[in-house]
Design a protein. Structure first.
Length: 124
């Protein structure tokens, strides 16, 4: 079965929604890397967060090495019960999937908060 994912393109907002939340997600490239800008459509609150921090949070893997750029991929995944943002570290295979409610929470809190366990895709 072919994976139902598509890449998130820089500077082009994508709407992710389920029965609990609706958010705009936009990838912004900066001189220091990238930022994921999340806007909660219900409240209008917006936060720009470092995507590498989302991967570092629960995995114990340090992705923010100062001497090397971080290679991340961003996709919208449609394989679950609803759309999710998929952030993956290219070298390690560590991946996090964030649903609209988790993204809304991150926008409202201004930080990633407690995220689910990471998925290690390096063996696939």
């Amino acid at each position: 079965m072919k994976a139902l994912t598509f890449p998130l393109v820089s500077e082009k907002a994508v709407v992710l929604a389920n029965e609990f939340a609706e958010v705009n997600v936009e990838l912004k490239l900066t001189p220091r890397g990238s930022l994921v800008t999340i806007t909660d459509k219900g409240t209008g609150i917006q936060a720009s967060l470092d995507p590498a921090a989302a991967l570092s949070q629960g995995s114990g893997y340090q992705t923010n090495l100062p001497d090397r750029p971080i290679a991340l991929t961003f996709e919208v995944d449609l394989m679950a019960n609803g759309p999710r943002l998929k952030i993956a570290h290219v070298e390690s295979g560590i991946t996090v999937f964030l649903d609209p409610l988790q993204l809304s929470d991150a926008a409202l809190a201004g930080e990633w908060g407690k995220l689910p366990a990471m998925f290690d895709d390096s063996s696939a």
